[in-house]
Design a protein around this ligand. Structure first.
Ligand SMILES: [Fe+2]
Length: 230
């Protein structure tokens, strides 16, 4: 398959301040002309079923800022494939809860002004021997995913999990990737992830280069900003 960037959960507009530049730098360095996304493109914090944190944007501000980010990403990848994440579908869940017919709801492309492919899952060919399933989430244990599925696999969702595991037995060798995330951990929208665990998000993304899975970690300085290395 063509070399492909795997963009991890961005949670726009609460994405890392260097996420777009990091994506562009890796696109150029590795020649990643195609891309797929693990979902949670948007955070939709104000549509959350949980309490809204102090210091977050209003619904209108959040939408406008996310729209701007999505436009930037679309300039780099006008034909992105996105597997829908639990955050992407929050407004649909709220509409369903309110008994609103889906006929009254705009498509993701209309909402965000892009021409992307939004799907529940993406099953694609890696090489003549192997296929790969991209979904927003499977289990948090990447080794179990490699062991349990009959194909290679890629997921997002687990922001603190950033690894590739391989499983082999007599007849097969499979890999599974967990691609971390591209969020800004300092944003109050992520306060829910603090306190209960010492795990921190790992800022990075994935790629398939020469038919092999790769992890692209964002090297951070002490202040949490990218050091511009690829
Ligand atoms: Fe996420």
């Amino acid at each position: 398959m063509d070399n492909t960037l795997i963009i991890s959960d961005m949670h726009m507009p609460y994405h890392h301040p260097d996420a777009m530049a990091f994506i562009k730098a890796n696109k150029d360095w590795y020649g990643l002309e195609k891309a797929k996304c693990t979902g949670d493109v948007v955070d939709l914090h104000t549509s959350s079923f949980h309490l809204i944190e102090y210091g977050c944007l209003s619904p209108k501000e959040e939408y406008q800022a996310a729209y701007k980010g999505i436009q930037q990403l679309s300039e780099m990848y006008p034909e992105l494939t996105v597997v829908l994440g639990n955050h992407d579908i929050l407004t649909y869940r709220k509409a369903k809860l309110a008994g609103i017919s889906e006929d009254h709801i705009k498509s993701y492309n209309d909402v965000y002004g892009v021409n992307w492919k939004w799907v529940d899952k993406d099953y694609f060919k890696v090489d003549k021997y192997n296929n790969c399933l991209l979904t927003h989430t499977m289990g948090a244990n990447t080794q179990s995913n490699a062991r349990n599925h009959s194909h290679n696999s890629i997921q997002g969702h687990h922001h603190s999990v950033f690894n590739i595991s391989y499983f082999a037995d007599t007849e097969v060798l499979r890999w599974s990737m967990s691609a971390g995330c591209l969020i800004d951990p300092k944003q109050p929208a992520f306060n829910y992830a603090q306190g209960a665990t010492l795990k921190r998000p790992i800022i990075g993304m994935g790629a398939i280069i020469d038919n092999e899975p790769r992890l692209l970690r964002m090297q951070l300085k002490k202040n949490g900003r990218w050091d511009n290395s690829v």
